[in-house]
Design a protein around this ligand. Structure first.
Ligand SMILES: C[S@@+](CC[C@H](N)C(=O)[O-])C[C@H]1O[C@@H](n2cnc3c(N)ncnc32)[C@H](O)[C@@H]1O
Length: 242
């Protein structure tokens, strides 16, 4: 048999209307649709494509082994490596049978996305293809509605999981900034942005383009309520000055 192809489909930041025409077309043509889930929770990417799935689709659920429970860093790494190995094996079985698989990815597949860990396990043996999606970083800037970066600006993208001092000096050196993975890191992120002297003009965006979207000055954001889907946008000042 001809081997199946594996598509990494960026579904965008949450609003189903931000799914691309290409994503919808490829999805319609893929008999198997795989998605990453936290245990007991429908993935957001899966929710975005709801109206594009039908009885012709078979679903493959790839369930993360850990969610919010605390495990030490080495153990966590091992669990995740095993999980991606196992997930790649399950996808490979479908591809071996000659069936195409669409793997759903929040935002863009290769922008801080889990798809890359499947891709690096499968790409040697199977044709893999990426359908890019609207990344949360630009959806966040759109929600704020001010220019993110202009002219000579350097756009810095940071993860809220970085250490506080690392965040602070990166933000201090930056023009425009987007910080992902804010959620439970919000207090640390805010303190770092304050230390960098950029709290004034920094925005907090939760659930960009989804139901319950919140846009607020970072100074006012409620740390206890910050969901996983939250980020910080610090627009450059250049776009506003001109
Ligand atoms: C593992 S990264 C995935 C990024 C994704 N591949 C993309 O292109 O946007 C997850 C982080 O993306 C951010 N994120 C994704 N969707 C979001 C949304 N709709 N609103 C706010 N933040 C979002 C959050 O910071 C979250 O912690």
């Amino acid at each position: 048999v001809t081997l199946g192809r594996c598509f990494g489909i960026g579904v965008g930041p949450g609003d189903p209307e931000l799914l691309t025409l290409k994503a919808a077309r490829v999805l319609a043509a893929c008999p198997v649709v795989a998605s990453f889930h936290a245990r007991g929770r429908l993935s957001n990417a899966r929710r975005v494509v709801e109206q594009h799935l039908g009885p012709q689709h078979e679903e493959l659920e790839l369930i993360y082994p850990v969610t919010t429970e605390r495990v030490d860093a080495d153990r966590y790494e091992t669990l995740l490596i095993d999980f991606y190995d196992e997930s790649a094996k399950r996808v490979a079985e479908v591809l071996d049978a000659g069936t195409d698989v669409a793997v759903l990815c929040e935002g863009d597949p290769l922008f801080y996305g889990s798809f890359m860990y499947l891709q690096n396990r499968l790409a040697g043996r199977y044709a893999t293809e990426i359908v890019p999606g609207v990344p949360s970083a630009v959806a966040g800037a759109a929600a704020v509605g001010v220019p993110l970066a202009a002219r000579d600006d350097v756009l810095t993208v940071l993860s809220g999981t970085l250490a506080a001092d690392e965040l602070a000096h990166r933000v201090a050196d930056a023009d425009a900034v987007v910080i992902l993975k804010v959620g439970r890191n919000l207090d640390k992120v805010r303190a770092a942005v304050r230390e960098a002297g950029r709290l004034d003009g920094a925005f907090y965006v939760a659930r960009a383009t989804m139901a319950g979207e919140i846009v607020a000055p970072l100074a006012d954001a409620d740390a206890d309520a910050a969901p996983y889907f939250s980020l910080v946008v610090i627009p450059s000042v250049v776009g506003r000055r001109r």
